[in-house]
Design a protein around this ligand. Structure first.
Ligand SMILES: O=C(O)CCC(=O)C(=O)O
Length: 286
């Protein structure tokens, strides 16, 4: 296994809980993924009558929806809440009204598969101490102009809980992400705070419930802005609080994110995302 990150970068990731790595992927590969995501959106978009809205603004609308709960092994389309007018009609063409695609493009689509599995990514995972990285979920986030929804402050461990904590976010800027179009922000060192909540399936496995472990909000006074040019990789420790504002600008902010867990940790049976028929694979192509 080679090395990709410098000692200074590894130290910064350990200390801050995130790391911005510019120029990780070429513009060409980002644009190829972008084109593929648009094609998948057109192919898989459900009719507006069957639409499932995805929100990450603290008021979930999707968590008891079978379409969402079984999407861990599928390529599914989730709409933006603000894509609909007061009468429930879509304001834009369906594929331009999506919040995201999720959650198994990295296993089901060849273009996503090859973007998600490279020796550079395997080296980065090893550099940050992942012993047996397994790609659990992928999301292609559109953050569409004007309607791209806010993502409120959260940790990924809240949703993808392992014992011990092991999830890491590998987030790629597919368009330039700026303060104007809703880039991410994170709390430096916030991964050392206890995770404040856990989302899990209810007893009947028909919806998710949120257990509040500590009602104290995360301290947001020292938030760091993670502006990122196309091709930048942002690594996020699963316990680091992060967020992004709504995109009210006229510019799209596409991003692709993979959440990987360590096979050395145990993945809980009541996490929302379950993959009963699709085994998890690592960063290597075969
Ligand atoms: O892209 C965003 O705005 C948020 C992404 C995120 O929260 C994640 O990848 O964990």
């Amino acid at each position: 296994m080679g090395r990709y990150l410098t000692d200074t970068q590894i130290q910064a990731f350990r200390s801050d809980g995130f790391l911005v790595v510019p120029n990780f992927v070429s513009d060409d590969r980002c644009l190829q993924l972008r084109e593929r995501a648009m094609a998948l959106a057109e192919k898989h978009v459900p009719s507006p009558e069957e639409a499932t809205v995805f929100t990450a603004d603290g008021k979930p609308q999707h968590t008891s929806d079978d379409y969402f709960l079984t999407s861990g092994e599928q390529i599914r389309c989730f709409f933006e809440k603000d894509a609909f007018d007061a009468h429930g009609n879509l304001r834009a063409e369906p594929h331009l009204a999506l919040n995201k695609l999720g959650h198994a493009m990295h296993d089901l689509d060849p273009v996503f598969d090859s973007f998600s599995r490279t020796s550079d990514l395997a080296d980065v995972a090893s550099d940050i101490g992942m012993r047996d990285p397994l790609l659990l979920q992928s999301m292609y986030i559109f953050k569409q102009p004007y309607i791209g929804g806010e993502v409120t402050c959260h940790t990924d461990h809240t949703y993808l809980w392992t014992e011990p904590q092991s999830v890491v976010g590998f987030w790629f800027a597919i368009d330039d992400a700026t303060n104007e179009n809703g880039c991410m922000w994170a709390v430096p060192g916030g991964h050392r705070l206890p995770v404040r909540s856990r989302s899990h399936l209810n007893d009947s496995r028909t919806a998710t419930v949120m257990d509040v472990l500590d009602p104290e909000p995360y301290p947001l006074d020292n938030l760091q802005c993670l502006e990122a040019k196309r091709g930048t990789l942002v690594l996020l420790d699963g316990a680091v609080p992060h967020l992004s504002a709504a995109n009210t600008s006229d510019k799209p902010r596409h991003a692709y994110t993979i959440h990987a867990i360590d096979g050395a940790a145990s993945y809980l049976d009541d996490n929302w995302l379950q993959r009963p028929t699709l085994p998890l694979r690592g960063f290597s192509l075969n």
